[in-house]
Design a protein around this ligand. Structure first.
Ligand code: 13P
Length: 255
C-alpha cells in the first residue's frame, strides 16, 4: 500500500542558523522507527546544513523549485544537477506561489518535471484551484488541466516516480483548511484522472499529498481519508515540535 509521507515546505523561511537549531531539535525528538516517510524542503541556502545535520536520519531533503534548463544564463535560478549535488532527492514543482508570483504555467511544470526525473529527483507536482475557481464550480476542470498538462508526454514508468500534491490555493497560509471531505473528494478525482492517464495500477501506487493549513490539530482526520497519502505542510513545518507532532500522528494512522 501507499506509505504516508509527511513533507514540509519552508518557503522563504529559516536562515542556515535557524535550520541548524531545527535539525538538532528534530533529531533529538527521535525519528527512528517512525513509519511515515519524511521530507523537508528548505530554502536553497539551508540545504547543505540540513543534509549534513540530518545525515543518517530518515529525513529526505528537497528543493522548492528548479530550472528546466541544465545550465546557462538564468540569473537567480538553480538546476536539477545542483540540487542533486547538494543532497536533494526531491523537488517541489509548480507550487501555487510559483504560479501566482512567478508566472509558472503547466508547460513549464511539465518541462521542470522532465528535468527532475532526468536527474534522479522525485518531482512533487503541486496543483490546486483558487477560491474564485472553487466558487465558480470549476475545481475539477482546473485540476484536470493542471494534472494533464504536468503529465503530458510521460511514460507510465516515469509517472510512477512522481508525487502529486493537492493544495487548494484558498487554504494556503489562510488557516482555512479544506475539510477532510472536501480534500478527499478532490483526491479521489485526481486518482481517477491518474487512472485514465496512466492506468489503474499506477493510480493506486501514486501518493497524493494534501497541503493547505495542515497542522497537528487536523492531521489525523485528513490522513484518515482513503485517498490522502500524506501532507505538504507550510507554516506548521517551521517548528520542530509541530512537525514532529504531525509525524507522530501519521505514525498512528492505520489504513
Ligand atoms: P500552509 O501549511 O502554511 O497553509 O502552506 C501550505 C503550502 O503551501 C505547502 O506547500
Amino acid at each position: 500500500m501507499r506509505n504516508l509521507l509527511i513533507a514540509g515546505n519552508w518557503k522563504m523561511n529559516h536562515t542556515a542558523a535557524a535550520t541548524e537549531t531545527f535539525c538538532r531539535e528534530l533529531r533529538a525528538r527521535g525519528l527512528e522507527g517512525k513509519r511515515p516517510d519524511i521530507l523537508l524542503c528548505p530554502p536553497f541556502t539551508s540545504i547543505g546544513t540540513m543534509v549534513s545535520l540530518l545525515k543518517g536520519s530518515p529525513v529526505h531533503v528537497g528543493g522548492q523549485n528548479l530550472h528546466q534548463q541544465d545550465k546557462g544564463a538564468f540569473t537567480g535560478e538553480i538546476s536539477a544537477a545542483m540540487l542533486r549535488e547538494a543532497g536533494c532527492s526531491h523537488v517541489l514543482i509548480g507550487h501555487s506561489e510559483r504560479r501566482q508570483y512567478f508566472h509558472e504555467d503547466d508547460a513549464g511544470v511539465n518541462a521542470k518535471t522532465r528535468k527532475a526525473l532526468e536527474n534522479g529527483l522525485t518531482p512533487v507536482i503541486c496543483i490546486g484551484e483558487t477560491r474564485e475557481e472553487r466558487e465558480k464550480g470549476v475545481t475539477n476542470a482546473v485540476i484536470k488541466t493542471q494534472l494533464s498538462g504536468a503529465l503530458a508526454g510521460f511514460a507510465v514508468g516515469e509517472i510512477r516516480k512522481m508525487l502529486i500534491a493537492y493544495e487548494p490555493v484558498w487554504a494556503i497560509g489562510t488557516g482555512l483548511t479544506a475539510t477532510p471531505e472536501q480534500a478527499q473528494e478532490v483526491h479521489r478525482y485526481i486518482r481517477k484522472l491518474l487512472s485514465e492517464i496512466a492506468g489503474a495500477e499506477t493510480a493506486q501506487l501514486l501518493r497524493i499529498l494534501y497541503g493547505g493549513s495542515a497542522k497537528p490539530d487536523n492531521a489525523a482526520e485528513l490522513l484518515s481519508e482513503a485517498d490522502i497519502d500524506g501532507l505538504l505542510i507550510g507554516g506548521a513545518s517551521l517548528k520542530a515540535e509541530d512537525f514532529f507532532r504531525i509525524i507522530e500522528i501519521a505514525d498512528t494512522i492505520n489504513k
